[in-house]
Ligand binder design. Sequence first.
Ligand code: FEO
Length: 599
Amino acid sequence: APGLLKQPSRLAFEAVAVTRADTISVPEGYQAKTFIPWGTPICGSYPAYREDGSNTAQEQAEQTGMHHDGMHYFPIDARNGKGQNSEHGLLVVNHEYIDVPLLHPNGPTLVDGKRTIPEEVRKEINAHGVSVVEIRRSPRNGWEVVGDSKFGRRITAATPMEIRGPARGHALLRTRYSPDGSATRGTQNNCSNGFTPWGTYLTCEENWANYFATQDSELPRELQRYGIGKTGRFGWDTLEGDEFQRFDATRKAETASGDYRNEPNHFGWIVEIDPFDPRSVPVKHTALGRFAHEGVIFAPTGPGKQLVCYSGDDSRNEYIYKYVSRDKFLPGRPDNSRLLDEGTLYVARFNADGTGDWLPLDIRDATFQAACAAKGIVFADQGEVLINTRTAADAMGATKMDRPEWGAVHPRSGEVYFTLTNNTNRTEADAANPRPDNAYGHIIRWREESPEHTGTRFNWDLFLLAGPEGDSRGPDNQPLGADNILASPDGLWFDPQGLLWIQTDMSGSQHSDGPFGNNQMLVADPDSGELKRFLVGPVGCEVTGLTATPDFCTLFVNIQHPGEGSTPDNLLSTWPDGPGKRPRSSTVVITREGWRPVL
Ligand code: FEO
């Protein structure tokens, strides 16, 4: 609020101006260095990146994937969740999707709209997923990939995984690959992420639905409500062979375990990966619900407390969720991962008076039973509720939000912040989504009434309304200005001191000719209400993903899809390799002169 700006500013840097330069811009006194761009060898035989797109599918499975997104730095001594090493660690990075024209020498091969070359599609599958990269810093060379790492690993859209939680073994999860509904292959469209107090990584499956196709005219709700259509995004389903036909959800056999009608039900989950055990099988945790999971963020936890985490469903008019574990966290216990298998999933209702309610999606709960009965919605068991999370949330009358993206929890106050990136489909405003045709987005925050975050009541307000000077409101309740106009807030992260880092993902005309320049990253001080632009990315990129070393001297930021829409003959950006070279998604290492904490 006005009048709070009495303390010396904690944002001690000169704001970066809006720009359309094809480079990374950071404040004076800071350095930004490209690190592990798409195609960097990280495991196996460490095959070198070939800049003409001619790396093979197998080579891609030993290199970083495309489209870096959420990530986390695990200190090398953090096996059980703690750890302080700021010079040696595991950087775990999501690869959300691909720019298929740049992945191959001359783009994808299509004959009559169908894919014909299995090797090409295998490479596309292998460019998705997650990278576990062992990295070390030396004073002379800075951060480098450790060669011959025992941790280096690629998880792709084909890696075998286990399904756990209430939906494991459900009839709606049975497929030809897994007749008992307990296993699946691959994770994809991994947008944001989380990490557990026991030292594992969580990756979130967001826009998986459009990779599947079905020719059935009548679709069950678990396909319909998630938008499974007649054609798959890259046509993977048009190739013969089990590894591709699994993307075709059309009914072809007598039973569900004879075809892949249920394969889309294996996606839309949160997936746990133990980066310290390269042989571990990733786990899909069904208790956390099935939707377009943007990310997952934990409330502060400690020994003897229940786990609480939050996750947004990034589609227009979808919801924000909270999960509370049944059992309590005990550090050092080998089966803490089970906390993600037994608990209660809630969905948020934001009331007009600034209060809020967490509504349980639990078949044992009387209010849930009554809400379903009133709407004629029938669920046979909790597995079916979770596979149809969106339908269950509809039944409870949750608040339809303007595309819930990342969340962040203030390290001291416990207040939860969520970005709502935009929603041009909104026709009617409500208190929590106050602008119809919301092109610019906003950030909402709430404080739980229960100090442990486990209760069902909260109080909320709007932290900022993004937009240009004439249509915005900053954290200080003033219009935004030259130092901080932004649109489409997306990535969100609290640093250890309680400064809020905000990343943007504009697209379309807002991106190409709005007043905001290229996508950017800003820092807010919720205590003072200050907000300043810290970084602007190259042409056509999204700025996303953020993590730091424990000493806060290294900040890792991801730059996704620079030059989006490029083809080998028409490069819209040549960042980071320079003139004539294909653009590459990449991590950027941000450091400060004199090796001091970044802020
Ligand atoms: Fe992957 Fe919602 O951005």
